[in-house]
Design a protein around this ligand. Structure first.
Ligand SMILES: [Ca+2]
Ligand SMILES: [Ca+2]
Ligand SMILES: [Ca+2]
Length: 122
């Protein structure tokens, strides 16, 4: 069992040399959180930078986001309603989530707020 896990890890490592997933690419940026329209970092992509603490309107991805990568070094609160209202989803620093469905949060984000700025330093 242990041997198999190690082999799987080596395989994953060799693949990551060949391809960089959209989430990995986003996590290289440091000063933003990225939302995607579909699961697995597919569809329309939008970056929200921590130039300001809050984004009370998500524009084209309003009520559509299904996956995210938080490249910043701070937590980000995602809200189901405008102006930081409704149900909240917490995106941990330097984390990603390929599917909001198991969080009860699919297609509902309307606003988001960084917990502090600047957000690009550990
Ligand atoms: Ca969606
Ligand atoms: Ca999830
Ligand atoms: Ca909503």
């Amino acid at each position: 069992m242990k041997k198999l896990a190690v082999a799987g890890l080596a395989l994953a490592a060799s693949f990551s040399v060949l391809t960089v997933s959209p989430a990995q690419a986003s996590l290289a940026d440091r000063n933003l959180i990225t939302l995607w329209q579909h699961d697995d970092y597919q569809g329309t992509r939008k970056d929200y930078t921590c130039v300001t603490l809050g984004h009370e309107n998500l524009g084209t991805l309003e009520n559509q986001a299904s996956s995210m990568a938080n490249a910043s070094y701070v937590g980000v609160d995602l809200y189901s309603g405008d102006n930081f209202t409704g149900v909240r989803y917490y995106a941990a620093p330097r984390s990603n989530d390929s599917d909001f469905t198991n969080n009860g949060f699919d297609n509902t984000v309307e606003s988001l707020r960084f917990r502090k700025i600047p957000c690009d330093v550990p």
